[in-house]
Every structure is written in C-alpha cells, then in structure tokens.
Design a protein around this ligand. Structure first.
Ligand SMILES: C[S@@+](CC[C@H](N)C(=O)[O-])C[C@H]1O[C@@H](n2cnc3c(N)ncnc32)[C@H](O)[C@@H]1O
Length: 260
C-alpha cells in the first residue's frame, strides 16, 4: 500500500472517530441530536432490552478482542502494521455508530432532578467527565491512540519511537483517568431513564472487567515491576490516596520503559 494512501486512510479513520466521539456526547446526554439514548423506534420491553444488550456486547467483544496482543499479531499478517491502529479505530467507530443508530429507548424514568441548579451541576459534571476523557488521551498520546501518528511516520519513512509510560498529571491521581471520565460522563445525568441506566451499568461493568483483567495484565506484561509499583502507589479508578508503604519494595526507583 502506498504511503500516501495509508496516510489518507489514517486521516479518514481519525475523522470518522472524531465525528463518532462528538456524537456520543449528546447521544448519552439524551438531547441535541436527532437520535439519542432516549428516543428512536419503540420496541416491546424484552425486545428493546435484547437489542441494546446485543449492541453493547458487540462493542465489548470487538473492542477488547481487537486490542489483544495475540489478535494484533495474527491480523497484522493481513493488515499492514502502519494502518493496524487506524483500522481498529475505524471498526470501533463503525460499531459505535451502529449502537447509536439501532439503540432502542427504554424511557421509563429512574430519577428526574427538577431543581434547576442541581440539573445544571449534573450536566456540568458530565461535561467535565468528557473533558477528562479527551485530555487524558493527550496525556498518553492522542495521535498515537487514534492511529494518526503511525501513518504519519510511515509516510515520512521514519520509525516511530515507542510511547513512554505516563505517570504525570491525572495519571498521578488514578491509573485510568480516561475510564473515570467515561464513568462520570455516563452517570452524571439529571434525567436517568431505564435505557440510560442500562447503558451506564453495562459500560461500568465492562470498564471494570476490561481494565482489571485485560488492560492491566497487558501493562504488567509490558512494563513489569514498573507497572506493579505504579499499581501499589496509585489507585485504579477512585481518587482516594493509597496508604504509602515505606518498605524497600515501594521505595525502589524503577526505570521508565516505553509503550509499544
Ligand atoms: C484507551 S487508553 C486508556 C488508558 C487508561 N486505561 C485510562 O483509562 O486512562 C488504552 C491505551 O492506553 C495505554 N496506557 C494505559 N495506561 C498507560 C500509562 N500509564 N502510560 C502509557 N500508556 C498507558 C494502554 O497500553 C493502551 O494502549
């Protein structure tokens, strides 16, 4: 594949991601776009529940499956390495777009906050959650996460340096600020319907399982004791400070390896 074509493919994938991400904000909020979490084709309760669970399950399987190191090793035999990340981003965006399109509303109210000040506070909190998601991507390396950096270096015939392990800013407070941002954005709502509750609860369960049993295992395999030490010092998702241990194990300075 020509380098220019790969660059174009990466740019298109990034643009598709950006549109999908920006659509996700009003979709979850339940206003501001034609199709959101609380509207669309009504369906009998069990049908709507089944469709919504299938859409969430599809996203979980696709997203975590394609991010497994073994899967990446297998499919880069067919997909050129420089566009591997862009392809992941494109497929993830397509699955999310399908979810937005086919999501069936379950409009039964769970809670509804009337007080204007509290409504505003919850909406502001949700916006802060989205901001935390976006700013965390820039702390790791936004353009690497979404595949642009790989196609850019490929186009310039340069080898991209591995990304460094990040422990600064939000990553000093929790190990997964990006996921914490999602949780805040999904739960902080003045009007919680049954459909929104299903979405928030299932994505929370997925995030907890995926972070603890998939991502952190990969990170330990990659960074070894550096990551184990980070796990001891910094909480996973809730920003409560951990009790500092003073034994040699935790005070040993560890080298800062790089992310592949
Ligand atoms: C979608 S990001 C989510 C990062 C993290 N779970 C969070 O919630 O902030 C997933 C990528 O971030 C990388 N990653 C996670 N923690 C990292 C860290 N402290 N430094 C560098 N990369 C990290 C993982 O290797 C993976 O490629």
């Amino acid at each position: 594949m020509s380098r220019l074509l790969a660059l174009l493919y990466g740019a298109v994938s990034y643009a598709v991601f950006l549109v999908t991400f920006l659509y996700a904000i009003p979709f979850v909020a339940g206003f501001g776009v034609p199709k959101h979490i609380d509207n669309g084709d009504p369906a009998p309760f069990l049908v709507a529940l089944g469709i919504d669970l299938a859409l969430l399950g599809l996203f979980a399987v696709q997203h975590s499956g394609m991010a497994r190191p073994a899967f990446k090793r297998w499919w880069t035999r067919f997909v050129p390495a420089p566009i591997e990340r862009s392809t992941f981003v494109l497929v993830s965006s397509a699955v999310l777009a399908l979810l937005f399109w086919q999501w069936r509303p379950l409009p039964q109210p769970v809670w509804n906050v009337d007080a204007a000040a509290l409504r505003g506070t919850l909406l502001a909190l949700s916006a802060l959650g989205w901001l935390l998601v976006l700013s965390s991507t820039f702390l790791i390396n936004h353009f690497d996460l979404f595949g642009l950096r790989q196609v850019w270096f490929h186009a310039r015939q340069r080898k991209a340096m591995d990304e460094p392990f990040v422990t600064r800013a939000f990553y000093r407070i929790v190990r997964h600020p990006l996921m914490l941002g999602f949780l805040i954005a999904f739960w902080a709502t003045p009007t919680m319907t049954l459909g929104h509750l299903l979405f928030a609860a299932m994505t929370t369960g997925y995030i907890l399982v995926a972070v603890k049993f998939l991502e952190e295992r990969d990170l330990v395999a990659l960074y070894g004791d550096t990551y184990r030490d980070y796990q001891r010092r910094v909480p996973m998702l809730l920003p409560w400070p951990k009790r500092q241990r003073t034994d040699a194990a935790t005070s040993t300075a560890t080298p800062q390896p790089t992310r592949h």
